[in-house]
Each structure stands twice: as C-alpha cells, then as structure tokens.
Design a protein around this ligand. Structure first.
Ligand SMILES: *Cc1c(COP(=O)(O)O)cnc(C)c1O
Length: 300
C-alpha cells in the first residue's frame, strides 16, 4: 500500500487542507510506528539479533506494530505490558490478542515496576528471563526512529505552509521538523498533558519553526469525550477518513478549531499527517460501551 495526500473539502475556499494518509502505509504496522521501526529493524538484523523487546500499555499501537513487524521481518517479539491484571485478559483485549496472534510473548508487570522499566535492575532481570534482545523503547522513539520519521515528508509536500501532527513521545514531530522545508511551520498537537514534551523534542530536533499547540488533549492521554467521538464519526461521514481516538482525532479536531477561529492566514496550505492507530478503535469501543458513551462507527 502507499500513502497519498487526500483533500479535505472545507466550506471556505480560502484555505487548502489535505491529509497525508500514512495510515495506509502498511496493513498491520500502523503509520508512524512503521516509520519508527524501519531503521531499528535494519539495525537489529545487522547486529544479528533474533528477538525484539519493547514496552507498552494494553491498547498500544506500538505493541501491535512491533508484533506484526516481528512476524514479517523474522524476529521473535516480547512485549512488556503495563498492568499485571491483564495476564488473564488477553483474549478480551483486541490489541493484546492481535499481538499474541502474531507471535508476541508477554511479560506482564505491575504499574510500579513498569515505571522503573528502564532501570538496569529490571533490564537485567529481563535478560535473565528472556535472553538476548534488541530493545526498542516505549512508543518506539530513538535516534533511528527519527531517521524513519524524516521520510514522511517528501519533495512533493514542499508547497504546504503548515504541517500538523499528533504528538505522543515526540518522535514523529522531530522527524518532521528535521525534514521540513525552511518556509514551513510544523504544528504539534499533544495527545497528553504535560510540559515535558518540548524538552523531549529538543533532544532530537533543532529549535525553530515549530510549535506545540495545547488545549486539545481532551482530559489527557487515551481519554475521550462524547464531543470527540461525535466529531470523529462526523468527519468520517464527510470525508471517508477514519481517525483514531487517541491521537489523530484530537489533532484534526484542533486543526479544524484553529481554522474556525481564523488562526491560519488566507490562502494557507495545510497538511495534516494521519499517523495511523486505527487498530485501537476496537479496544476503545469496549471502553465506550462500558461508559455508555457513543461508539466509534468508522470500522476498519
Ligand atoms: C504513537 C502514535 C503517535 C505519537 O507519535 P510520537 O512519535 O510518539 O509522538 C501519533 N499517532 C498515532 C496514531 C500513534 O500511534
């Protein structure tokens, strides 16, 4: 499959709004997670590793992506999962059962241990238990990941004035910042609250023509409201573009809100990056059902 830029028709002709369908990059390795894994997989192969180990929560797009990539590129995969109660719930959890079906083995840990997952103590415990492995950090962000996310923008995207993306660990926006053309401005929409993100991004990308726009976190990471779900469903009806509830829906909501408030100048050309994440819809719908909130109707 290939990613392409799809136009989003707006009521106003004064602004051009497109979305890069990086969600279509690969059927099972979601958009930016594919980008972030690409050079890590090459490195792991070159260094003769047979096993990848990484970390994530019960609905993690990254966990699903690593499991699928491991299967496709010939690695064993181990997922260290936050929440030891999930041990008995693999079958009921769409992300974990997907990863399991792609051969991932799990190490379930309590939230307390998960917080210390990068300590030398815990890593050496993992080595004792699982042997040698190539370690990929939570969310997949490291220097090689940014080499991959630098490939999202191409020379065909040079005419855009703004490039907008969702921000989790900052790996995606860092690649966009590094590969942007000098006249372009990169706007990041954090999916979680906290002011640590700017520092994270500065580890990998120069200061300059980029900005984080807060206020569209919808109460925080993986939290959603009826307004957000209704927005996603409506957006899908109008454009046939399915959004994910944790990242891209919040970013697109933010961009639409900024447009309606006159943030962008007349004639502005805006590119939103669809970073994928659609595998999380099934799990989110289970949560929404329990909370008696509206369900996401864009099926994938
Ligand atoms: C992980 C993820 C992000 C966040 O990317 P970072 O590189 O961690 O900032 C954005 N969108 C989707 C769909 C994701 O799965």
């Amino acid at each position: 499959m290939n990613s392409f830029n799809q136009n989003i028709a707006l009521d106003t002709a004064e602004i051009i709004l497109d979305i890069k369908r990086d969600d279509l990059l690969h059927p099972h390795i979601s958009g930016n997670k594919f980008r972030k894994l690409k050079y890590n997989l090459e490195q792991a192969k070159q260094l003769n590793y047979n096993t990848l180990l990484t970390f994530g929560g019960a609905f993690s797009n990254h966990i699903a992506a690593v499991a699928a990539a491991g299967k496709e590129y010939g690695f064993q995969t181990i997922g260290v999962i936050r929440g030891d109660e999930l041990y008995s719930q693999i079958a009921n959890n769409p992300t974990l059962s997907f990863a399991f079906s792609y051969g991932m083995q799990f190490e379930f840990v309590t939230r307390e241990i998960y917080q210390k997952k990068e300590s030398t103590e815990f890593i050496s415990f993992l080595h004792q238990k699982w042997g040698d492995f190539y370690l990929i950090p939570e969310g997949g962000t490291n220097a090689l990941a940014i080499q991959g996310t630098q490939e999202i923008l191409t020379s065909e995207d040079a005419h855009y004035d703004y490039v907008c993306c969702a921000v989790g660990t900052g790996g995606t926006i860092s690649g966009l910042i590094r590969s942007a053309f000098s006249h372009q401005k990169i706007l990041g929409f954090p999916a979680l609250k906290g002011d640590f993100l700017t520092n994270e991004i500065c580890k990998f990308a120069p200061a300059g023509n980029w900005e984080l726009i807060s206020g569209y976190e919808f109460d925080g990471y993986a939290k959603v409201t009826a307004t957000l779900i209704e927005f996603m469903n409506d957006f899908y009806q109008k454009t046939q573009v399915p959004l994910d509830p944790i990242y891209t829906a919040k970013m697109v909501f933010g961009v639409m809100d900024l447009i309606s408030k006159g943030y962008f100048e007349k004639g502005a050309q805006i590119l939103m990056i669809h970073t994928g994440g659609l595998q999380g819809i099934h799990g989110m719908n289970q949560v929404l059902l329990q909370k008696k909130l509206p369900l996401i109707t864009t099926h994938v």
